[in-house]
Design a protein around this ligand. Structure first.
Ligand code: CP3
Length: 353
């Protein structure tokens, strides 16, 4: 079967499209009443991720409502540390927590790479079922967290504002942190390759916390490990290229080095102008982004203007995937997404003549 809508994959490899493709980070989630209903049925968030049928159901929910050009696997970046035995749980209103954080060299030395085939089988099973249900309507994106971002949660034990524990480790025992990151890079490579073999047609690495590092630390503790992953990924499957997207939130100042990592596309948050990013790296990679998700709390006119401004900033030509600059907020009025998409579908064809 050939893919009925391959705009997203074409744009990732900077080929011609009729209009700018779009998906949204966290497109399946709490802002949708049907998601909240399915999650209640599953019991809690991790049970939802582990239930193949229900994970498939919530993956498809945003596609039933909206004209999106890609589906993203419903799961979480913290499945890897969970499979390593850290005891993941979600505290309502506080986000993810680990019962057994790893704070020092001894704890890190005791960790082992998860058995992807056994302990993360629920994820690859979900990929297969979602692919079957999508029936080649749109491509499916697989994903993982970056080693640095996974390590922040594993060392901090949960969300953090100052990243005190992981930075203490980085500045007091960098070797131990490197051992943890190397282990995670291996695990992520294996995990993403398993998703690709199960049917993921593109993959994104979420480096949510790379932006809290200094320039040399970003290079040594985050980008270097993402680069290792990119060089170990299966880049062609089922007769088609499998593009890789790197998204470092607040990584705008390091665009050139991110683009040199071997990835096909760079995800951008709203802190940088697309036109500026394109002038710097747009000949080498595709760009994905970057509407401020809070624009979706604005008036219809403002949403339309911001979509128009984003398109104009990238300008004429190929290699742009429209997205939000970070995940959609759980408080977003679901109808405002349609205002954004209608504006995009109306305004973007003229950039692809
Ligand atoms: O994009 C999608 O629709 C796919 C699913 C997806 C989720 N999490 C579902 C989810 C993806 C790609 C993620 C990635 C993820 N998870 C990241 C990287 C992206 C980013 O946002 O920066 C991070 C840092 C996490 C860790 C995590 N998981 C957080 C911070 C939270 C929110 C906790 C909270 O209470 O606000 C989660 C839980 C989570 N992951 C939810 C969803 C839909 C909400 C859980 C719920 O239903 O209560």
């Amino acid at each position: 079967m050939t893919l009925k809508n391959d705009r997203f994959l074409r744009a990732l490899t900077r080929q011609a499209v009729d209009r700018t493709p779009v998906w949204m980070m966290r497109q399946a989630g709490r802002y949708l009443p049907e998601y909240r209903e399915t999650r209640a049925q599953a019991g809690d968030f991790m049970s939802l991720c582990r239930n193949t049928q229900l994970a498939c159901e919530v993956t498809l929910q945003p596609l039933r409502r909206y004209a999106l050009d890609a589906a993203i696997l419903f799961s979480d970046i913290l499945t890897i540390p969970d499979a390593m035995g850290l005891g993941l749980h979600f505290v309502p209103g506080e986000g993810p927590h680990f019962s057994h954080p790893v704070r020092d060299r001894e704890a890190i030395a005791k960790l082992a790479k998860p058995d992807v085939k056994r302990d993360l089988r629920y994820v690859t099973d979900a990929v297969s079922v979602i692919r079957r249900e999508l029936n080649d309507s749109v491509p499916l994106i697989g994903f993982s967290g970056s080693p640095w971002t996974l390590a922040t949660y594993m060392v901090e034990g949960g969300p953090s504002k100052d990243f005190r524990h992981i930075k203490a480790l980085m500045y007091s025992d960098p070797e131990a942190l490197h051992a943890l990151l190397a282990l995670l890079a291996d695990a992520v490579t294996e995990y993403l390759n398993a998703q690709i073999l199960a049917g993921a047609q593109a993959v994104q690495i979420f480096d949510t916390w790379g932006g809290v590092l200094t320039t040399p630390a970003y290079s040594a503790f985050s980008l270097d490990y993402m680069q290792r992953i990119v060089s170990g990924l299966i880049r062609e499957h089922d007769g088609r290229q499998v593009p890789v997207i790197l998204f470092t939130k607040q990584g705008g100042q390091w665009l050139e080095s991110i683009a040199d990592s071997g990835c096909d596309a760079v995800g951008l948050d709203w802190g940088i102008e697309l036109g500026n990013a394109r002038a710097r790296i747009g000949e080498r990679v595709a760009l994905q982004g970057n509407l401020d998700p809070n624009v979706l709390f604005g008036s219809a006119d403002t949403i339309r203007q911001e979509v128009a401004r984003t398109l104009e900033s990238f300008g004429q030509g190929e290699g742009h995937i429209f997205n939000l600059g970070h995940g959609i907020s759980q408080y977003t009025p679901a109808d405002n997404v349609n205002i954004m998409l209608n504006a995009l579908h109306e305004l973007s064809p003229r950039y692809h003549l």
